[in-house]
Design a protein around this ligand. Structure first.
Ligand code: BG6
Ligand code: MG
Length: 217
């Protein structure tokens, strides 16, 4: 029986991709090349260091490990400045109602995010208290599509994988959920969510009873 939901953060609960984009683009410009919104798509769900590698590939550049750490830190400092502007008004449409519905029905709720800034973001949008477990980039060693983040989430809320639905906006996240043997609901465009059990545009007018019916029939 489905009795828990595990949420990705960036792109599912709040749209932080625009801030990642600003910070990465500024870094690219400093390094002397252009980084487009289309390039930014490739960074969704991907870890910070892997994102930097993808960005440097776009610019045809390579640096040693030390320099890469400096660049990633510089990008993150800028990103941290940008996410300070987040407030509860930035929670994506329908998410708050959906979480409230889950709480009312006694579902367990976990976060499964690659971001090391997840806690700051949840605090800024005032959602920390909804979560029974928060697994973020500071707690995992393997990035999505590895299932580690979701399996750890399920363990912390005492659920088996088959009792969990994962909500994800990135291909790597859908793959992570499926290899964890969980249900995967994609949020966004079909082409970025191959293998998802259901795909939704957003959480507006959704409720857990309808979704579990569709998943288990
Ligand atoms: C993911 C984002 O949630 O977190 C990626 O989709 C990001 O774009 C990754 O690179 C790591 O985030 P952070 O905040 O630790 O740099
Ligand atoms: Mg995401």
């Amino acid at each position: 029986m489905i009795s828990a939901c595990i949420f990705d953060l960036d792109g599912v609960i709040v749209d932080t991709a625009k801030f990642h984009f600003i910070a990465w683009r500024e870094l690219a410009q400093k390094l002397g090349f252009n980084f487009t919104e289309k390039d930014n798509e490739k960074l969704k769900g991907v870890s910070r260091m892997r994102s930097l590698d993808i960005l440097l590939e776009v610019g045809g550049l390579n640096f040693d490990k030390q320099k890469k750490l400096e660049l990633a830190t510089e990008k993150n400092d800028r990103y941290v400045e940008l996410i300070k502007t987040l407030t509860p008004a930035d929670i994506l449409p329908g998410v708050l109602d959906f979480l409230t519905d889950l709480k009312t029905k006694n579902y367990k709720i976990a976060l499964g995010s690659a971001s090391k800034n997840a806690m700051t973001i949840l605090q800024n949008i005032n959602l920390v208290d909804f979560f029974d477990a928060i697994i973020d980039g500071t707690k995992i060693s393997k990035a999505k599509p590895d299932p580690e983040v979701f399996l750890l989430g399920a363990t912390e809320i005492n659920k088996k994988p088959e009792e969990c639905i994962v909500f994800e906006d990135a291909q790597a996240g859908i793959e992570a959920a499926k290899s964890a043997k969980m249900y995967a609901i994609g949020i966004g465009k079909t082409e970025n969510l191959k293998g998802a059990d259901i795909i939704l545009n957003d959480f507006l007018a959704q409720n857990i009873d309808n979704l579990t019916k569709k998943l288990t029939r």
